[in-house]
Every structure is written in C-alpha cells, then in structure tokens.
Write a protein that binds this ligand. Structure first.
Ligand code: C2E
Ligand code: MG
Ligand code: MG
Length: 737
C-alpha cells in the first residue's frame, strides 16, 4: 500500500476542477466583462460622436444653401449690376457677376436671365460660355424661377432680414448627373434710385456642385475623412451618411464620410496596454495557482500520510486497529439490510516471542511482514485484515455462507503459518491460533464480538497450539473460572500459609547423596484443593502476580533451608522477575534478611528469559553472580537455544528437560541428544542435572552418560519442609512418597 493510492492523478484533476478552473474562469470572466465594458463605452462614445458629426454636416449643408444666396447678394443688390445688365456690358457682367463669383465664392456655374427668362450670360468650367447652355438646366431651374418671379411680383418679403436683403429661391437638385445647390436671386438696386418693375428683374442663377471642389474644402475645413457623394445609402461599417433632401422632399443623394470615432481610437490605443495588463494578471494568477497547487498537493500528501498512519499498520501495511474498528462498525450496520453473515477471526502467533527473543526484533518484524503477506493472499478484497499490535491479527470475513467456510479459512491460515519462515537467514517455525466469533449468530455488538473471538482464541491456545476455536457460550464460563482463579490466587498470596513451598531433593549421580533441593511453589485452596503450578504460575505471569509469588517462595525457601546441611537451594525465577531492574537488589536483601549464604543459592531460569531485554537481565545476573549466586538453565532443550549458544550463556548448570529423559528407549534419539548436551556442558565447564528421573534404568543410563545430578520421582517427589527435614535426618535415603 503506498500513499500514491490516495495521492495521484485524480488529486491533480480535482485540484484543477475545484480550484484552478474556477479561478481561471472568474479571471477570464472579469477580463471579458472589462473588455465588454470598454467596447460598450467606446461604441457609445463613437455613437455620440457620429451623431454630432451628422448634426455638423446638416448644419454645413444648410449653411451652404443660405451661404450661396448670401454670396449672390454681394453682387445682385447693386446699382452697377442693374445698370451693366441693362446696358449689356458683357465684360463688366463677366468680371463681377461670373468670374468673381467663381473665383471668390467657388460657385461652379452662373447664369443670368433677363426679365423674360432668356439667358443673357453663362459661366461654366471656369469661363464665360454660350448663354444657350442654360437650356440644359432650364427644366430643373424653371420651377424655382417661376416661384421667385411670382414672389417678386407680389412684393413678398418672406425671409428678408437685415442680413438677407432680397427674397430668393434655392433647392437641392441634380444637374447633368451631379448633385447641386441651385440658388436664384434678383439683381436689384441697392440705392433704390433705379426703378424696376417687380417681377421683371434680371435673375442671377448660381450653381454649386456638391460632389466637386466642395468635398475637398469640406474634408479640409471640417476634417471629414473621405467625404464623398453617393446616390445610394449603401455604406460600409466605417461610414456615416447624411441625406441631401430637396424642397419637394425627394432625396437627391447622400453625403458620405468616415466619421471620427474617438471610442474606437482610444480603445485601439488601449489595446496594447490592456493586453500587457491582462497578460501580467494572468501570469500572476498562474504563478499564484502553481504555488497554491504545490501547497495543496503538499497538504493532501500530509493528510494522506496522516490518514495512512491512522489507518494502516506501518510495519505490515495491513489495516490498523482503528481502521478495523470502523470497518467492522460499517459491516455490522449493513448486516440487517443484506442479511449476510460475517466472521471475526482473532489470530495470535504461537512461539513468536521466542523468535523475537532468540533472533532479535528485526527478525521478528520480518516474520510479521511475511505473515501479513500470507494473510493477504488467503483473504479476498472485501475482507479486512488488520494487525492489532504485537503478534495479534484480526480478520473480518464478509459474506460468509456458513460455519464451514470459516473453518476452511481457519485451516488455511493455520496451514500457512506452519510453513517455515525465512528470517535472518534461517528457517523458523511458528504457528497460529485462531479464535472465531460469528455475526449475527454471536451477536452484533462490536465490542462483544471481538471479545468473544478473543475468548475463542484463548481456548484455541489452551487446547494446544496451532488450532482454532469457534466461540461457544460455555467459553464465557471458562473465562469466569479463570477470573475466579486469579482472584483466589491474589487472596492466597495475601494470606499466609496458602502458598507454601515444597522441596524436591537433588542427588549427586555418582554418590547418590542429596546435595541440594529445588523449591517449588504449592497452592492449597480450601475449595479447589491443590492447584497445579502449571496452572497458577502462567496465570501469575500473565497477571503480574509472579513478582509477589517469586519473592514469597524465595524468602520462604531461604528461611527453611538456611540451616539445612545442603550445598544448593534451587529457586525458580520467571523472566519477568529477572527483567525487573531492582531484582538483584530484592534477592540480595532477602539473602541478608534470612542470612542465607548467596553461594548456596542457585536461580533457575529458562532459555527465553536469557534472550529477553538483555541489558536488565544481564545486569541482574552479573550483580548476583558477583555476590556468589549461581544460575541454572531450566528445561534445557525446549526453547530455541542451540547447543552452540551454551557458551555465551552466563550459567553454571544445565537442567536437561524431562521430556528427553522420558524419551529414553524411544525412537527420537534422545539418548544421543542428552549425551551431546552432557559432553558439551562438560567441555564448557558446566554442571548437568537431569530432570524427571522416574525409573532405575533412566537413573543408571544417566549415570553412564556422565550426568552430574539427578532429580525425579524415582529419587524423591517434592515434599513439604517437615518431610525434607526427615529426609535430611535420615541421611541420603531416597523418599518415594
Ligand atoms: P521445573 O522448574 O522444571 O520444576 C520441576 C517440575 O518437574 C516440578 O513440577 C516437579 O514436580 C516435576 N518433576 C520432578 N520430577 C519429576 C518426575 O520424575 N516426573 C515428572 N513427570 N515430573 C517431575 P511442578 O512442581 O508442578 O512445577 C512445574 C513448574 O512450575 C516448574 O518446572 C517451574 O517451572 C514452575 N514453578 C514451580 N514453582 C515455581 C516458583 O516458585 N517460581 C516460578 N517462577 N516457577 C515455578
Ligand atoms: Mg525448576
Ligand atoms: Mg525444569
């Protein structure tokens, strides 16, 4: 299981979706809105500007019309003009009424009509021309002429002011395919001294084309870009137009130009700055996002790590106790709805402690990892495999069809744990015991179910290692019994006389002389009778009562044996006692208190004790050895110690386990083993004691093998101190009772 299971591509995608994308979208939205707003304001100001220019053009056109009339009045309201026309002074007329108007005011064509409307003068294309050319524009001007004459005849003064001296007629027309303004004014006397018949005046006709030189001056004077005339109103998007409407209301054409658009101009100026600003903002956001992303991913990584620490066992990668609890709770909640059955398998490795003690913790860890792998292979995805701590594991087996399915898994588990484990370069053999509780059969309460599986495990272990047991209600009673036993033992330890010490003599093999005794705890309970040490010693070890028991036995034994004529008082010591840093001090003070000679005391320890927490153990042993206390290795051959390790163990004696002695004559080659042990002990300078000597033949054989000391029912059973006193009094006689 790696962190990558939680922290990988999906997390990166999630960060993009949940954080980066919204920020980018908001940024783009802001950018779009800002751009939109700018565009909108540019369009608005452009619209205002165009409409103002249209007003300006309207003003120019209307001013142009009145301007032409005004220009005309500079020469038509003039006595000299009337006189020159009457006298037909062609030269004067051309100079003042034609050429002058063209060069000074820019009029394109000039015609003069006599009182009968006959043309008397014509000016076009920059010079005087044949007056007959007027015929070409007559159809267009005739209505204006007629209207003006009628007005003059009636003495109309409509529109006459201080600035406008005479009435006139003008219109927007098309002449020879060109749009033009035509203005007609009567030539009148300015002094009033020349008599004229109203309606019979000479008429001055001025033509100003709108698509000629006028456009150039408009472009120049009013900065109207690309100003031109168009017959139709088909415009390109950049263009604006103003209709030229005649007096009749008909549109002559359109004045078209490219209006100045300040908004678009400003926007255009702003674009590079905006692009740079947006670029910088976007860049900044990307940099900030990248930093945020790194931080977020680191945070997720830490979170995952914490999750992993909380949910997984670091050593094996299996689920942790906490995770197991939550998964079991979930599974139990679903149970009523699915109707399924589940099993809780509580596992405990057998003899794991010995592996740890003999080969060290790294080897133990290696074994646990390998065992976890085997568990994973034996279970399916829906099952939960967790390590509760130490060598305890637990499995939730889901969707169990029946008891048999659970039993099969138990058998597979046991079988797989039996196979050797390769650790620290050697093969070691352990085993596993399994306790099972089934839900809903054994209940659906989480704590109760685990307790029941644990209880079943306890029974499996009690029934011999490498076995399994399914919870049964009677087991609760057994537990209750054990609890009762514990309470009674506690009481017995506090009540003098309930725990006593018996002594089993130790005889020299060659001379058959009692040279020592082994002190053995005995518990006599009013209701239970004699309780076997094999039952209460492990219980005392499990419950921590062993220290009180050990102290009690040692003190009693010293008190009893201090005056006995024996060389050795052997007292059993549990590993737990030896690991207590104050053990040596306690023993020494008991020795002082009872005045027992330390050199007569031999403490019996087991192999596993010697490999545990070596520092405390070694310090205690060294301290005690320094005052003369000896050590014996009890039950030798049942633990993990090899013969090769004997030399490194700081002991003075080896007690060969009774299983070897009792195996004499069998097919296991126990004789050869015992022979090897004795030979090696001798070579290393250690004494040997054979335990459990029950027959004469065993006795004789052990003597032959060279064993130093014998202990067993054949020689004497453990006896109370009074009986031992008798034995001592009777010399080295053997007690058989
Ligand atoms: P152990 O230290 O190996 O003690 C020898 C055990 O072998 C005694 O069992 C003794 O009665 C038994 N025994 C002696 N000769 C024979 C024989 O010929 N045949 C058979 N079958 N058994 C024989 P016991 O008294 O039941 O003690 C059992 C174990 O309990 C002891 O084994 C020792 O490990 C432990 N124990 C007894 N008293 C104490 C104590 O005060 N402190 C501690 N820590 N352990 C104790
Ligand atoms: Mg012993
Ligand atoms: Mg023993």
């Amino acid at each position: 299981m790696t962190l990558l299971r939680h922290f990988g591509e999906p997390t990166r995608r999630l960060f993009f979706k949940r954080t980066a994308l919204p920020i980018i979208v908001v940024t783009l939205l802001v950018a779009t809105l800002t751009t939109g707003l700018l565009l909108w304001s540019a369009t608005q100001s452009d619209g205002v500007a165009v409409s103002r220019q249209k007003s300006l053009v309207a003003l120019i056109i209307s001013k142009l019309e009145s301007g032409i009339a005004h220009d005309q009045e500079s020469v038509t309201v003039w006595d000299d003009a009337v006189s020159a026309l009457r006298s037909q002074d062609a030269k004067w007329v051309d100079t003042n009424l034609g050429t002058w108007m063209h060069t000074y005011f820019g009029h394109d064509e000039v015609y003069i009509l006599d009182p009968k409307d006959a043309p008397v003068y014509a000016f076009a294309d920059g010079s005087a021309v044949d007056p007959a050319s007027y015929q070409s524009i007559r159809p267009t001007t005739a209505p204006l002429v007629e209207k003006l004459r009628a007005g003059l005849k009636q003495g109309d003064t409509d529109g006459v002011t201080e600035q406008v001296l005479t009435i006139g007629a003008s219109d927007m027309v098309v002449i020879s395919g060109h749009p033009a303004i035509v203005s007609i004014k009567p030539v009148v006397s300015d002094s009033g001294h020349i008599a004229q018949v109203p309606g019979q005046e000479f008429l001055h006709v001025a033509v100003r084309y709108l698509d000629g030189s006028l456009l150039a001056s408009l472009r120049q004077d009013y900065l109207l870009d690309d100003a031109h005339f168009s017959w139709s109103n088909m415009l390109s998007p950049e263009e604006a137009s103003y209709p030229l409407v005649g007096r009749s209301g008909s549109t002559v054409g359109f004045f078209v130009w490219q209006p100045y658009r300040p908004g678009a101009f400003v926007l255009f100026q702003l674009v590079p700055t905006l692009v740079v600003v947006f670029g910088l903002v976007l860049g900044g956001i990307i940099v900030a996002l990248a930093a945020l992303r790194r931080r977020t991913l680191r945070l997720i990584e830490t979170e995952n790590h914490i999750y992993h620490l909380a949910h997984y066992d670091l050593l094996t990668g299996l689920h942790s106790r906490g995770h197991f609890n939550s998964r079991l709770a979930d599974a139990l909640t679903l149970l009523p709805a699915t109707g399924e059955q589940l099993a809780i398998l509580y596992l405990d490795l057998d003899r794991f402690k010995q592996v740890n003690d003999s080969f060290g913790h790294p080897a133990g860890d290696e074994l646990l990892r390998e065992f976890a792998d085997r568990l994973r292979r034996l279970t399916v995805e829906v099952d939960t495999v967790a390590r509760l701590g130490g060598d305890e594991f637990i499995i939730i087996q889901r969707a169990v069809a029946g008891e048999n399915e659970v039993k099969t898994l138990c058998e597979h588990l046991i079988e797989s744990a039996r196979r050797p484990f390769e650790v620290a370069g050697v093969q070691v053999f352990v085993g596993v015991s399994v306790g099972v509780a089934l839900a809903p059969r054994d209940g659906v309460d989480q704590v109760e179910l685990v307790r029941k599986a644990d209880l079943a495990l306890y029974h499996a272990k009690a029934g011999g290692r490498s076995g399994y047991a399914l919870f049964e209600p009677e087991m609760d009673q057994t537990l209750a019994k054990r609890k009762g036993l514990e309470q009674d033992l506690r009481k017995a330890l506090q009540t003098p006389g309930h725990i006593r010490v018996h002594y089993q003599p130790l005889y020299t093999a060659d001379t058959n002389r009692m040279t020592g005794v082994e002190a053995l705890a005995r518990w006599s309970d009013a209701e239970r009778g004699w309780v076997a040490p094999d039952l209460f010693v492990p219980l005392a070890e499990e419950t921590g009562l062993i220290e009180v028991l050990g102290e009690l036995v040692l003190r009693q034994a010293c008190l009893d044996a201090v005056l006995w004529p024996i060389e050795t008082l052997a007292v059993n010591v549990s590993g737990l006692q030896l690991n207590n840093p104050s053990f040596a001090m306690k023993v020494t003070s008991i020795l002082l208190e009872t005045q027992m000679d330390p050199r007569r005391l031999e403490l019996e320890v087991t192999e596993s004790t010697l490999s545990q927490r070596p520092t405390e153990c070694q310090q205690n042993m060294a301290a005690l050895r320094s005052v003369g206390v000896r050590f014996a290795l009890d039950d030798f051959g049942t633990g993990f110690s090899s013969l090769g390790r004997l030399q490194s163990l700081e002991v003075d004696r080896i007690k060969i386990d009774r299983s070897f002695v009792q195996g004499f004559g069998g097919s296991n080659g126990d004789e050869a083993i015992v022979q090897a042990i004795i030979d090696l002990a001798r070579a290393t300078g250690l004494s040997t004691t054979a335990e459990g000597v029950e027959t004469e033949s065993q006795c004789n054989y052990l003597r032959k093998l060279g064993c130093d000391q014998l202990q067993g029912f054949l020689l004497s059973r453990p006896v109370p101190k009074e009986d031992l006193q008798e034995l001592l009094d009777g010399g080295s006689r053997r007690a058989t009772a």
